[in-house]
Structure formats: C-alpha cells, structure tokens
Design a protein. Structure first.
Length: 284
C-alpha cells in the first residue's frame, strides 16, 4: 500500500514498485489524479485478480476547495478563472447544505474524467475541445463533514462509495451556495481497512523493504464472509474443482482460506452450486 505523493500519476507510482520487482504483474485499485495524494492500494502478481474487490470498498478523503473560482477541470490543474463579486458563504450556510449532499445523490462526472463516451475517454474528448455528454449517475456519500473554513478555502472530510468524484461534489456544493469552486488539494486517507497511517511513500521502498510491507491477499477481501476449507477441499481446489459447501443465495461471494488463514480462493454461489471466482490454490 502506497502513500502516493502529488505530482505523479497512479501508474507512475505503480512503476516505482515494479522497478523493485521486475517481471511481476502489478496494478492499482483506484486512480488518484496527479494532484491527489494518499492511499493507493497496489496489487502484485496473482493478487491483481483481487483489484475489483478493493475498488468496491468505501473510501475516505480530505479535500480542500477554493470558493469563488471555476475551471474546466474542476480543480487547480486546469485554467482557473476568478469569479467577479462572488458571494462569500457563511460557515452556517455551508453546514446547513451538507445534509443535502449526503446519502444517495446524483452526480455528473467531470468532463476531464476517465469515463468512457462511445468508446473514448471523456478527458480525450475534452482535451480535443469537444464537450462530452455525460449522464448523471447515483453515488453514495456516507459522510460529509466540514473540517475548516476560512474564505475562500473550504476543507471537507468525505466518506463515499465507489465512483464518486470529489471534484464534482465540491463544485455541486458551491453551486448550491450560489458560487463556484475548484479543488486545490485531495488526500485519500482510507480505502476500506487500508489506512494512510500504514501506507509507505514510493521513495521509502527498496528491494529489502518491499517484501516487509507487502500485505497478504486476504486483506483485499476481508470484508467478505470467510470459510476454512479442509485439506481434501484444498486439494480439489488445486485441481480446479470447487468445494462442496452448503448452498447460499446466488451471487454471494466468500473468501475460502486454509488452516493458516491464507486466502485459497474466492468462491461464488450459483443456482447449481459454487463456482471458483479466483483461485489461489491452483498453480500458475
């Protein structure tokens, strides 16, 4: 788990790890823009199969916005324009609006985003001077708390589900206040149980320290129900055969572990029994 610094892409942060583990497959679970810092979960080797589970986990951010400004990217990375005679909301006005943006809300992704529009990334169209047509979609905002406010700087703590754009949240909040805002700083402080306090900066890693900070694959799916398999079931799993377990509602996924608590597989319940979603017991 990395503490991504500002000024580099998420892919560049992953490449820092790959330089220490050449020939290893790697990927990250949730992009952070170059402006952003904080928790970037990197999966290595066969654990890249678990990226989808980390991406589904709730996230927490601390974000700073500058009111009375707008930009095409909704942050300070774009062309920032100062609004003339922009209103200066009070702290009370801001706090009264926060409940409106908590819960299940509709949010339109920013033009400069990785959302695909007819096979192309929205940011590719935006950079080409075209305005991508993006539809509003529901996102979950679990927590929205005002940390500090000294106009024009507004700092929020945000707990949210997958697919939430913090830039858009700040812009929508500012619009409801009768003004505009750009995001100036963003730090992802948590992804599920992965916390910033545990994260390591890329420049702190070397060939010796990397193995010491690699977490077991089970951490990626610890939010799933777990089931310990018998030696016989593990042998069947190693041959690619799902174990026989009691039936569950179709679509339920569980983390199957061995006697040491190591992840052996992720299993999914189907109308015909269990299927192997990801197998860590089999070779390769």
């Amino acid at each position: 788990m990395l503490n991504k610094p500002a000024g580099i892409t998420s892919r560049q942060a992953v490449d820092c790890v790959l330089q220490l583990a050449p020939g290893t497959k790697a990927g990250h679970a949730g992009t952070l823009d170059p402006l952003a810092t904080g928790v970037l979960v990197v999966c290595l080797g066969r654990a890249t199969r678990l990226i989808q589970y980390v991406q589904q986990l709730p996230k927490q951010y601390e974000a700073t916005f500058l009111l009375g400004r707008r930009s095409d990217t909704l942050d300070t990375e774009g062309q920032v324009e100062l609004l003339p005679e922009a209103p200066q909301p009070t702290r009370r006005q801001i706090e009264q609006l926060l409940p409106r943006f908590t819960g299940r809300v509709l949010q339109t992704p920013p033009a400069f985003s990785a959302v695909k529009v007819r096979g192309r990334r929205a940011y590719e169209l935006a950079r080409a001077g075209k305005q991508p047509r993006l539809k509003p979609r529901p996102v979950e905002i679990h927590e929205l708390h005002l940390l500090d406010y000294q106009y024009p700087e507004l700092k929020l703590r945000i707990g949210c589900g997958a697919g939430t754009y913090v830039r858009t949240l700040g812009s929508d909040l500012a619009q409801a206040l009768g003004t505009a805002a750009v995001m100036s700083r963003l730090c992802r402080t948590r992804v599920g149980s992965f916390r910033l306090e545990e994260a390591v900066a890329p420049d702190e890693l070397d060939a010796e320290t990397l193995p010491q900070v690699v977490l077991p694959p089970l951490r990626a799916v610890e939010h799933l129900e777990s089931c310990e398999l018998s030696p016989e079931q593990l042998r069947a799993l190693a041959r690619g055969r799902p174990p026989r377990l009691s039936r569950r509602e179709p679509g339920v996924r569980i983390a199957a572990v061995d006697s040491r608590g190591a992840l052996a597989a992720v299993l999914e319940s189907t109308p015909r029994g269990w299927r192997i979603a990801q197998n860590f017991a089999a070779k390769g």
